[in-house]
Design a protein around this ligand. Structure first.
Ligand SMILES: [Zn+2]
Ligand SMILES: [Zn+2]
Ligand SMILES: [Zn+2]
Length: 360
């Protein structure tokens, strides 16, 4: 982000005694003659044109004004002694500088009406051009309207939703309870089932996207569009400068520096394409009853290879005329599921086996 200088505008300050708005470069109030205290901040004017007064611009560049340590009068940064009391200004207090005072509001020809005589004055005026009465600050361009607040109170839909939520929660609670509430029983193995599968891997076309210079060499069906790839503070070949809303910084002199943050957007081709990647093209499965589990055979085509293997073993048992099934993780565990073998089961209220141990 680089900061671009657009020029200077005169700020203003409001007299804390009589509320008169005064031009920023003026150090005493035009309404009552009071000096600007060091704690009275400069404000952005309702509307302002970029200043052309070289003296004011030069003053803005010399650095923030200094308030006299004895009488408080505002003096320019270059002054050595106070213009009001003659005191040495090395004891003085420099005004703060660099703070954002607001968005830059160029003069758009807006008007502000004098409340004393009804005269329409330009928004840049601080006193009525006809009667001299102080003018209110013209409204600055309104900020984006805030989103309307959500209507208060609970609607009927909310209540119905709340009731449904309670019912669902109660149901879930019961389910969890039923899953953890278990009873033990001894069962006899009656069957053993197994299923083994192997994934067949091959090159499959997939859609992918990348910057043109990062796309793989085998990319096909390239379709590209121009997008911002990076931003830079300095000009780059083919880059476009993008700047934000101008805003005004306090220089501490009564003048504001109008700046704009800019970046250079660097464009490049972002492409969508088809490329070949290893993927599952088929899965061969073999399943059966009994303990003699076997891997399925696989006929590999050109450019294919075997992928991930998976196995699933299920032991079927009966107890008190009820049939239960449970999974065994390895074929070594599965080998214990001999017909007639005895198993101690933990069974939950839903009939699911939560634990199974062979009875030795
Ligand atoms: Zn005043
Ligand atoms: Zn002084
Ligand atoms: Zn007036």
């Amino acid at each position: 982000m680089s900061q671009k200088e657009l020029g200077y505008v005169e700020l203003e300050w409001t007299c804390p005694v009589c509320k008169t708005r005064n031009p920023g470069t003026q150090t005493t109030c035009s309404g009552c003659g009071a000096a600007q205290p060091d704690n009275v901040q400069f404000e952005a004017p309702a509307a302002a044109a970029i200043a052309e007064d070289q003296a004011k611009i030069e003053r803005a560049k010399t650095g923030p004004d200094i308030h006299c340590g004895f009488c408080g009068a505002r003096n320019s940064a270059t002054a050595k002694t106070c213009r009001q009391c003659g005191a040495d200004l090395t004891e003085g207090k420099a005004r703060e500088a660099g703070k954002v005072v607001g968005a830059y509001a160029p003069d758009t020809g807006a008007v502000v009406r004098c409340t004393a005589c009804g005269m329409e004055n330009p928004a840049t005026a601080r006193q009525c051009v006809r009667c001299g009465a102080p003018l209110d600050k013209a409204p600055v361009a309104p900020a984006a309207a805030p989103a309307p607040a959500a209507a208060g109170g609970m609607g009927r839909g909310t209540i119905i939703f709340a009731i449904l939520a309670v019912v669902v929660l109660l149901g879930l609670g019961w389910l969890v309870f039923a899953m953890f509430q278990t009873s033990d029983t001894v069962a006899t193995a009656v069957d053993a089932r197994w299923e083994r599968s192997i994934a067949i891997m091959g090159q499959v076309p997939v859609q992918a996207s990348a910057w043109r210079d990062e796309a793989p060499a085998n990319a096909a069906d390239l379709s590209c569009r121009t997008e911002v790839r990076s931003t830079s503070d300095s000009p780059q070949p083919g880059a476009r400068e993008v700047c934000g809303t101008p805003y005004t910084l306090d220089t501490g002199t009564g003048m504001g520096k109008v700046v704009q943050d800019c970046v250079y957007e660097v464009y490049d081709d972002y492409c969508t394409y088809t490329t070949l990647q290893w993927g599952v093209v088929n899965t061969v499965v073999q399943r059966g009853d009994g303990l003699a589990a076997a891997w399925p055979g696989a006929n590999l085509g050109a450019g294919q290879q075997l992928g991930q293997r998976s196995e699933k073993y299920v032991c079927v048992v009966t107890a008190d005329d009820r049939e239960y099934t449970f999974d065994l993780r390895t074929d070594a565990e599965f080998a214990q599921c001999q017909p007639g073998s005895r198993w101690r089961l933990s069974v939950n209220a839903l009939g699911g086996v939560t634990d199974a141990e062979p009875v030795r």
